[in-house]
Ligand binder design. Structure first.
Ligand code: NAD
Length: 251
């Protein structure tokens, strides 16, 4: 259990990829702080299962992020994972959705990072892992805000990787292709509307068409990579944007 004695905050970890990352880190002995929304009873069960605590902070609100970071104390491993999607042609893209996506997928990571790095530098050890996306490298139509936020987080990650490199702190992105989670399920109806397709066509001709494997990525695969990035053997993996997309962005 190589993460014993380390404290990890995983944003958006009450569901999907974040939960799988939290499970992987807790499985290696890290003390985990969960974050995200959901049913109180379910979250309490997760906390018990993982020996974790939970912050219900809404990460679109800088003040709530500050309170969460204060309560969490010194963080060794910061995983910026919380994110949302909205699918719409750009001329109809709701302005409030644009603002929400940029605030959560990009600006929240700036706030958590700026509040976490002093303690990491003092210890001379830290890991910052940002869940980006294949959409941090390539685009798909009708996802203007998401693609902008994910290209943004990739640039942000490279910048902090350079700034922190001499302090024992690494910063990397993990960029999954399509992982079957509520985020994907939720975008199917809007994609059907935007492209005039059936549910089956969206799954096979829009989502899986990109992935050379023709299979969804499993959240646990992303969790395992996050845990690897926390190993001392990964100390020179810095500023990378690591694809887990079945070959999508190889094309
Ligand atoms: P999900 O919907 O299963 O989980 C999202 C998490 O974020 C939940 O815990 C939710 O409660 C939390 N959250 C939502 N709004 C929040 C807010 N305002 N404040 C705090 N927490 C909030 O989604 P997922 O598919 O697991 O996505 C996780 C990350 O992975 C996102 O950044 C997403 O863009 C990225 N990603 C997902 C896929 C995919 O195919 N599922 C692919 C590439 C990248």
């Amino acid at each position: 259990m190589f993460l014993e004695g380390k404290r990890a905050l995983v944003t958006g970890s009450t569901s999907g990829i974040g939960l799988a990352i939290a499970r992987a880190l807790a499985g290696e002995g890290a003390e985990v702080v969960l974050n995200g929304f959901g049913d109180e009873g379910e979250i309490a069960k997760l906390c018990e299962e993982l020996g974790a605590s939970h912050s219900g902070a809404d990460l679109t609100d800088a003040a709530q992020i500050e309170t969460m970071m204060e309560e969490a104390g010194a963080i060794d491993i910061l995983v910026n994972n919380a994110g949302v999607q909205h699918v719409s042609p750009v001329e109809d893209f709701p302005v409030d959705k644009w603002n929400l996506i940029i605030a959560l997928n990009l600006t929240a990571a700036f706030h958590t990072t700026r509040l976490a790095v002093s303690a990491m530098k003092k210890k001379g050890w830290g890991r910052i892992i940002n869940t980006a996306s294949a959409h941090s490298k390539v685009a798909s139509p009708f996802k203007s805000a998401y693609n902008a936020s994910k290209h943004g987080i990739a640039g942000f990650t490279k910048t902090i990787a350079l700034e922190l490199a001499e302090h024992g702190v690494t910063a990397n992105c993990i960029s999954p292709g399509y992982v079957w989670t509520p985020l994907i399920e939720g975008q199917i109806p809007d994609t059907m509307k935007a492209r005039g397709l059936t549910r089956e066509e969206v799954i096979n001709d829009v989502l899986l068409v990109k992935q050379a494997t023709k299979k969804f990525v499993q959240p646990e695969e992303v969790g395992a990579l996050a845990a690897f990035l926390c190993r001392d053997e990964a100390q020179n993996v810095n500023g990378a944007n690591w694809s887990v997309d079945g070959g999508w962005t190889a094309e």
